[in-house]
Design a protein around this ligand. Structure first.
Ligand code: OGA
Ligand code: NI
Length: 362
């Protein structure tokens, strides 16, 4: 195989089509908005909190969601020791021999745990991951087939040879969940809705945390850590280390912009569900992860997802307020989630499920 010889150590399964290969130059200009959440913590902590400060914050969040669909937050209230602990155990875990990691390996029955063969849009990603659900067990549909009503309980699997791993993961998840709910309320307010309008959708949440490890790559111009994609859930709260590599596509000019690592900050992005709920007021932005030849990179996204039985559709009162018609047909979150999980696991011959499949012709 000619291609394989030209690429050195990179297997063709990792190679992006020419138009999706990353250019080597990195744009870091301006960057995504940086939002200070300290107002929030004082408002919630004290009766005398400044309501104008909160209104200002809500406006900032709304602008960031409109212009970018991505922003970073500081003074977010998530204790830094939770993050430090999970980062430490993640490093320890990925440094283990493959045979140890394979003891908690994902398979067709259980999509949780370790795996190193994820595909984004049918191209293999240059990374290894460990997934766990926030709720244990989490209920989701047993299959992606529309007529199959059967449900399945997902259970986390933990490596018993790293005893501190489970506690660090679970406590981190609870810490970030709190931030995710606060952001959800801010986003709801920014849409002109009551703060808790969206909370009910998360009663039996299907949220999960992913530990990502991107090893150094011999051909960073051919492969990607994660291929370009949008996050399917409601909201993502991401911790990245100081290496950098996350690129976001800016809506207005279509340029890829590097998200600069800021210590102890979180990167927040609007997922497809908020795009649909908000009837396109906010849009989920396309993003990808670049890898590099020298340094490994770690990141930890928290994917904030609703209950499996939630019917996702533009919020009725918002559509009325906007005097528009709904731009999406409704869809069942559980089926969407199951279809995605399956297609990321195996290289499928069909196109990946996307929300534009539910877009109305109007
Ligand atoms: C993802 C993702 C970004 C990163 O896992 O969906 O976009 O920086 N990760 O790892
Ligand atoms: Ni993503």
């Amino acid at each position: 195989m000619v291609v394989r010889r030209e690429m050195g150590e990179v297997d063709p399964a990792f190679v992006q089509d020419i138009e999706h290969r990353p250019k080597l130059a990195v744009v870091e200009a301006g960057g995504i908005p940086l939002i200070d959440l300290s107002v929030l913590n004082s408002v919630h902590g004290k009766e005398e909190g400044d309501p104008r400060g909160l209104a200002g914050l809500v406006a900032e969040i709304g602008d960031a969601c409109k212009d970018w669909g991505f922003f970073q937050v500081i003074n977010h209230g998530v204790p830094s020791d939770l993050r430090l602990r999970v980062e430490t155990v993640a490093k320890k875990f990925f440094a283990l021999p493959l045979e140890e990691k394979y003891k908690v390996r994902r398979d067709e029955e259980n999509p949780l745990g370790y795996y190193d063969t994820e595909h984004t849009k049918n191209v293999r990603d240059w990374k290894e991951v460990f997934d766990f659900m926030l709720e244990d067990p989490t209920v989701i549909p047993a299959s992606h087939k529309p007529d199959d009503q059967q449900l399945n309980e997902l259970r986390n699997q933990w490596p018993d040879y790293l005893p501190e791993f489970r506690g660090a993961c679970e406590e981190y998840a609870r810490g970030v969940e709190k931030l995710a709910f606060q952001l959800l309320e801010l986003i709801s307010l920014s849409l002109g809705l009551p703060g808790k309008r969206l909370n009910g959708f998360f009663k039996d949440q299907t949220s999960f945390v992913r530990l990502n490890h991107y090893p150094p790559c011999p051909s960073p111009e051919l492969a990607l850590g994660v291929g370009r994609h949008k996050d399917a859930g409601a909201l993502t709260v991401l911790a990245q280390d100081d290496v950098g590599g996350l690129d976001v596509k800016h809506k207005t000019d279509g340029e890829w912009v590097r998200v600069k690592p800021i210590p102890d900050s979180y990167i927040i992005n609007v997922g497809d569900i908020i795009q649909v709920w908000s009837n396109d007021t906010y849009e989920s932005a396309e993003h990808r992860v670049r890898v590099n030849r020298e340094r490994e990179r770690f990141s930890i996204p928290f994917f904030f997802n609703p209950s499996h039985y939630v019917t996702v559709k533009p919020l009725e009162e918002l559509v009325i307020m906007q005097n528009k018609s709904p731009k999406y047909e409704e869809y069942n979150w559980g089926k969407f989630f199951t279809t995605r999980k399956l297609s990321n696991f195996k290289k499928l011959e069909v196109e990946n499920i996307q929300i534009y499949h539910f877009k109305k012709d109007i």
